[in-house]
Design a protein around this ligand. Sequence first.
Ligand SMILES: [Zn+2]
Length: 64
Amino acid sequence: MRRKERACRECGRIHTGGEDTCVQCGAPTSANWLGYIRILDPEKSEIAEKLGIPTKGKFALRIK
Ligand SMILES: [Zn+2]
């Protein structure tokens, strides 16, 4: 079974439509990733600041 959700190898953004390239930075995506965080308000989120995530959305924690 092919996993539909793919994570960007550069910024970690998760694409639920199975996109091959990241809509945010244009880097290739990977289907092999583990765990994710959801950023709702990047300006107020300490996790977003720590990980350097500037926009809201779902981001993979580990990408293979
Ligand atoms: Zn990206």
